[in-house]
Design a protein around this ligand. Structure first.
Ligand SMILES: [Mn+2]
Length: 426
């Protein structure tokens, strides 16, 4: 009997079974054998994960241990650096990558369209991989710094998968899941080598992180030691090493207490080349003003490293972090600011200081971090599309309908015109 005749008979039998049993009796579905099925058929049948299924990778992306797979090219890599032995207060950010990956579970290529950018970053031009973690020793910070720098440098030195287009995209871009904030130093060392010049840093944080190592109690260390490498001094070290571009970097979201009895921390910070935007400034500037200040200082062409300490968000919304400070921005404000600065020329990014032991059971901190990564990926993909000349500006249907002078059909006064849309109008 020919296969299609058999399938026809089976289909007929199934239809008959349907008539007899009805929908809610759950008739056994008759599915053709997988024997001889093509990869596409298998993919269609089994390839799509639900948010809650599958092995945990960031956004269900393909996982490759990129460091041991030198031939597997990619354009954007999610890389975990589970390192937290340079913290000054609560340890635990070594579990950050794991928590952020788990919290990204509802990000899928199937439902990944970012309405603000009009694109689905997981279904666009780049090859995006979850590159796994850089394994880092928890016993020796000097060795750890060497491991992190080597691993990062190895990955960003590679040729990007889409090496030819856009022309500026020669190397893959990494988004690092920390880890404490000190992981930004090895990233900056590696990026300086690959791009051949200092990069600008947009630094979202409650804290300055440009502290001279001597600003910590250090009676025991009068000369440089590995104790200088902390999550509050890595930008000071980076500046000393000439890794940060002069006068084009920005701190945003600051609200830290300062040392001593004066503003000497700010005076030190002024020497590092950063513009300071305080958390409170958002009351005056608004999200748009913060965005404008960042873009005017940084421009759209300088290579930029984006570094986000999750403690920039208020601990009421993101408590799972190493050095919480009250009075921070909301996650919505932070997301809007990231969207507003998507014209920056990002060459790398991180999200750090997620310490899940202090998070709430609903994963609020890790969820915020995962969403910020989604916005970072979207911005990199959008910039790539623009550079390729393929970006299409799209406006969401009915955007700002509530500001429109149009009246909802059947009404003629301003109060009733603000009624929500009916379901079938959405
Ligand atoms: Mn911080």
């Amino acid at each position: 009997m020919k296969a299609n005749t058999l399938l026809g008979l089976l289909g007929g039998a199934l239809a008959l079974a349907d008539q007899r049993t009805g929908f809610y009796n759950n008739p056994e579905p008759l599915i053709p054998s997988t024997e001889g099925a093509s990869t596409e058929e298998l993919e269609a049948r089994w390839g799509t994960d639900w948010g809650f299924s599958g092995i945990t990778t960031f956004a269900h992306l393909k996982h490759t241990k990129c460091l041991v797979s030198p031939d597997e090219l990619f354009d954007i890599g999610i890389i975990g650096i589970p390192f937290d032995t340079a913290v000054t207060y609560r340890p635990g950010a070594r579990f950050g990558p794991r928590a952020i990956r788990a919290a990204s579970a509802r990000q899928t290529s199937f439902r990944g369209f970012n309405h603000r950018a009009g694109l689905n970053p997981y279904a666009s031009w780049p090859v995006i991989l979850d590159c796994g973690d850089i394994p880092v020793t928890p016993f020796d910070n000097a060795l750890a710094l060497h491991q992190m720098t080597s691993g990062y440098l190895e990955l960003v030195s590679r040729k990007a998968y889409n090496y030819e287009n856009p022309p500026s995209h020669k190397h893959p871009k990494l988004i690092t899941l920390g880890g404490d904030h000190s992981i930004a130093l090895p990233a900056l060392r590696a990026l300086n080598q690959v791009y051949g010049k200092p990069v600008s840093v947009i630094h979202f944080d409650a804290h300055l992180d440009t502290w001279h190592p001597g600003k910590y109690p250090s009676t025991w260390a009068n000369s440089p030691t590995q104790a200088d490498f902390t999550h509050g001094s890595m930008f000071w070290l980076a500046r000393q090493e000439g890794l940060i571009a002069n006068s084009t970097s920005v701190h945003a979201g600051l609200r830290t207490r300062l040392s001593g009895e004066d503003y000497s921390d700010y005076e030190d910070d002024d020497q590092q080349g950063f513009l300071r935007i305080e958390a409170d400034d958002i009351e005056i500037l608004g999200v748009e003003g913060v965005v404008r200040a960042i873009m005017e200082r940084m421009g759209t062409e300088n290579p930029v490293y984006l570094s986000v300490d999750i403690d920039v968000i208020d601990p009421g919304l993101a408590p799972g972090t190493g050095t919480p400070e009250v009075g921070g921005w909301t996650s919505r404000e932070m997301i809007q600011i990231l969207r507003g600065i998507d014209g920056l020329n990002l060459v790398g990014a991180d999200i750090v200081e997620v310490a899940p032991a202090y998070d709430m059971t609903g994963e609020s901190t890790a969820l915020a971090a995962a969403q910020l990564v989604f916005e970072m990926v979207t911005s990199m993909v959008k910039r790539g599309l623009q550079d390729r000349g393929e970006y299409i500006e799209r406006v969401p249907p009915r955007k700002n309908w509530f500001l429109s002078s149009e009246k909802v059909v059947g009404t003629d006064d301003s109060v009733s015109s603000q009624k929500p849309l009916k379901h079938d109008e959405i």
